[in-house]
Design a binder for this molecule. Structure first.
Ligand code: ZN
Length: 236
């Protein structure tokens, strides 16, 4: 067992990229896992390799620490989920107040798969970019949910698993600030250029804060966070 090792749930989005940098800053061995479950667009997944390669170039220690990338195929998750991510439907708010992109229990499944993989790889720390502050109504992003899950996984594997969520209590502006603190302008630029967040998979439109359609809920959050961060740092 390696104490200084962590497995990061890495989709290629802004949040998971910041989490990966956060992990590279504090663990001596960091591996990444991504999930392919038939997302309507795979723009995020396509950015993963580029982001990993660029993070290696950012700091020599990060290059040494960044290990294997794992890709797990979970097509059943896509098949079971009747959501806008997996079929051509409008992204809208459902009656339950959730975006129609919601895949019930998605993060629970991700962490259970990640834990099984981590167990085999000799790692007990899992890192994810879930956040309650920009809470979109996803109950599987709640801190209570994830810490209870960590307990269930630990009991179920008879191993002491830890789930770290460095973004849990910070908003999108603070996520940009964290990126700046971890990797300066180069990391911020990398996230703008290569990380993908847009629900619609648009990479043809470049804004100050990155690529995206500019009006879906994910683009909206990312843009607002950028604007607040710029205002707070006096750069706008
Ligand atoms: Zn968008």
């Amino acid at each position: 067992m390696e104490d200084g090792a962590a497995l990061v749930l890495f989709s290629g989005g802004q949040d998971s990229t910041v989490c990966l940098a956060w992990a590279l800053d504090r663990y001596s061995r960091v591996e990444t896992v991504g999930f392919n479950y038939g997302q309507r667009h795979s723009a995020e997944l396509a950015q993963r390799d580029k982001l990993r390669a660029s993070l290696r170039e950012l700091r020599p220690t990060w290059d040494e620490r960044l290990g294997t990338d794992h890709m797990l195929e979970l097509p059943e998750l896509g098949r079971l989920s009747d959501t806008a991510l997996t079929r051509d439907a409008e992204i809208e708010m459902t009656e339950a107040g959730l975006p129609s992109t919601f895949v019930p229990g998605r993060n629970l499944l991700f962490f259970v798969y990640a834990a099984a993989l981590a167990y085999r790889r000799g790692m007990r720390t899992l890192v994810g970019g879930m956040c309650e502050t920009d809470f979109s109504g996803y109950p599987d992003c709640r801190n209570d949910t994830l810490q209870t899950l960590a307990k269930a996984i630990s009991l179920g594997t008879d191993a002491s698993f830890i789930i770290e969520t460095p973004l849990m209590w910070i908003d999108k502006a603070a996520t940009w600030a964290l990126a700046d603190r971890l990797g300066g302008d180069r990391l911020v630029d990398l996230i703008v250029e290569e990380s993908h967040t847009c629900y619609l998979g648009v990479r043809s439109r470049r804004h100050e804060w990155g690529y995206g359609c500019g009006h879906c809920p994910a683009c909206d959050l990312r843009r607002k966070g950028w604007e607040i961060w710029k205002r707070e740092t006096g750069l706008a």
